[in-house]
Design a protein around this ligand. Structure first.
Ligand code: GDG
Length: 496
């Protein structure tokens, strides 16, 4: 019998396509590769097995030749790109509004950053219906439909009003909050029902899955929840659906190979030659208040203050990639980060030594890989994060196996990488400073031991393992060979 997980056509639906329209210098339209965790994760999957990718074209203005551009890009990519057009008002209310000003902060436990507006929700439902219509237009019986992320929680509900589609699966890339927090969402009942309309809902960690199940128990009284192996089965009046935890991975071998490319090697050598007697700490994040950048800068300042012997011998390279620039909270955050960087450099600089190197731009791939390889310490301390792929990429690129990962216990990645990393509470700046100090002084033997463990994990639980286990759970309705996922996150307690 053919393996159904590989023979089915894969239809991916996400907010944005992996290539988006760009009006370069307001002069010429091009398609440029998208960025962010979801695209990094799914690109190798579609390249590998083909299929269809449905998503927003990335621009509210579209040139007449847009359709042909996407057709051409589809031919080159080896899978079909199906662009959806959105108006400026839809982007403002559905994307910037409901998705990024209501759901994003709430699901990251940051209620004080939320803005709830009934208009946002109405636009969200309308746009989700638009995505559902595009999906139905392309749907062929037997397709495996995989909808992604918090922008599109309501798609399945609309699809079901239009056609019979047996395999509708959803993956949430961000955390799912506990009932205490979820109950604050004005549309909590509708959102929960939307998620229950899928056949399989996947979360990044056991914690997210547990939170979701608790919300189902609280809000969906008619539902019966039963645990079956690694999956939970939710029995509803007329159907049943499944819920599981599937920690997303990366194409670790591809990262490791790319990190060894000659142009990366050359850059690493240049960085190392310049900083031969110093250690480099790398922080790399999209501009986002969930990433804990101000807390991290405070921890670095605390390190310089309490351990003066590291001054002149350690640098923080903090890369902040511009993101969601139209939302005021993000502007305020940028100002706050720049103020802190200025304070630290003002206070601890010496001739020939500037402690923080701050980059506010995105890096090209060679620069990114070179920094991953050249850094001695990866400092990844989000206040809350679905997974955090940067942590995994840093390990995959540590080909010399001599660097240390300091990781927030609130990143989904901590469940898998907690054993090899130094795990911290990012709100505890002293503890984070202690962990950096320990990383700074860690012996080569311990570094190698820990990094090997981390790299083993990112290599085995990679992106192909993730897709395979998710699709098996959806199609075979069981999880053979699925390892018991780690739930316990050890903390770093030394030097107190
Ligand atoms: C969401 C969830 C979850 C970053 N800077 C540059 C650059 N990047 C790439 C990294 C990485 C990706 O962007 C960031 O992924 P993260 O996972 O760290 O974060 P989010 O974008 O918030 O992703 C997250 C993820 O979805 C997947 O499920 O892990 O929790 O929030 O791949 O390499 N790439 C380039 N230049 C940069 O300057 N080329």
């Amino acid at each position: 019998m053919p393996d159904q997980t590989t023979s089915k056509r894969l239809v991916v639906v996400s907010n944005r396509l992996p290539y988006v329209l760009d009006f370069q210098n307001r002069h010429q339209w091009t398609l440029k590769p998208g960025s962010g965790g979801l695209v990094t994760a799914l690109l190798p999957v579609l390249r590998n097995r083909g299929g269809v990718w449905i998503g927003w074209s990335g621009s509210t203005e579209e040139p007449p030749e847009a359709e042909e551009m996407f057709r051409q890009a589809s031919r080159e990519a080896g899978y079909l790109l199906r662009p959806i057009s959105l108006t400026q008002e839809e982007v403002d209310r559905y994307y910037h509004g409901y998705a990024n000003e209501s759901v994003w902060p709430l699901f990251h436990d940051l209620q004080s950053q939320c803005r709830f507006d009934p208009e946002y929700w109405h636009a969200y439902v309308r746009v989700n219906r638009k995505f559902a219509e595009a999906l139905v237009a392309d749907y062929r019986p037997g397709d495996f439909v995989w909808v992604h992320d918090y922008h599109l929680m309501d798609v399945a509900h609309h699809v079901r009003e239009m056609i019979q589609a047996p395999d509708l699966a959803f993956f949430l890339h961000i955390p799912f909050p506990s009932p205490d927090i979820f109950l604050k969402l004005p549309e909590r009942q509708a959102v929960l029902n939307s998620l229950l309309a899928y056949d399989l809902v996947g979360f990044q960690t056991q914690r997210d899955r547990r939170n979701f199940i608790q919300c189902v128990r609280t809000l969906a009284r008619h539902a019966h929840v039963q645990s079956e192996g690694h999956l939970h089965v939710v029995r509803l009046e007329d159907r049943e659906m499944r819920v599981g935890a599937f920690p997303i991975g990366i194409d670790a071998d591809a990262f490791a190979t790319a990190a060894l490319a000659p142009e990366v090697e050359e850059r690493v050598r240049a960085i190392k030659a310049r900083y031969y007697d110093r250690q480099i700490i790398l922080g790399l994040d999209r501009l986002d208040y969930t990433k804990g950048i101000p807390h991290r800068l405070q921890a670095f300042a605390n390190l310089l203050e309490r351990f003066p012997e590291v001054r002149g011998r350690i640098h923080l390279f903090q890369v902040v990639v511009p993101s969601r620039e139209r939302i005021p909270k993000y502007d305020e955050l940028k100002t706050e980060i720049e103020r802190l960087v200025g304070n630290i450099n003002g206070r601890y600089s010496e001739i020939g030594y500037v402690p923080v190197h701050y980059f506010f731009r995105s890096l090209n791939r060679t620069e990114l890989l070179a920094l991953y390889r050249a850094a001695d310490i990866g400092l990844i301390t989000p206040l809350k994060d679905g997974m955090n792929l940067v942590a995994k990429e840093f390990c995959a690129c540590s080909v010399e196996e001599n660097s240390v990962l300091v990781l927030s216990q609130f990143a989904g990645a901590a469940a898998q990488l907690g054993q090899g990393a130094l795990v911290v509470n990012p709100y505890d700046v002293e503890q984070t400073a202690d962990a950096i100090y320990n990383a700074f002084r860690m012996s080569p033997g311990e570094r190698r031991y820990r990094m090997r463990r981390l790299r083993r994990n990112v290599r085995t639980q990679n992106i192909f393992w993730w897709v395979d286990s998710f699709m098996r759970a959806a199609i075979d309705k069981e999880l053979r060979d699925f390892p018991v996922l780690q739930d316990y996150i050890p903390e770093h307690h030394e030097h107190r």
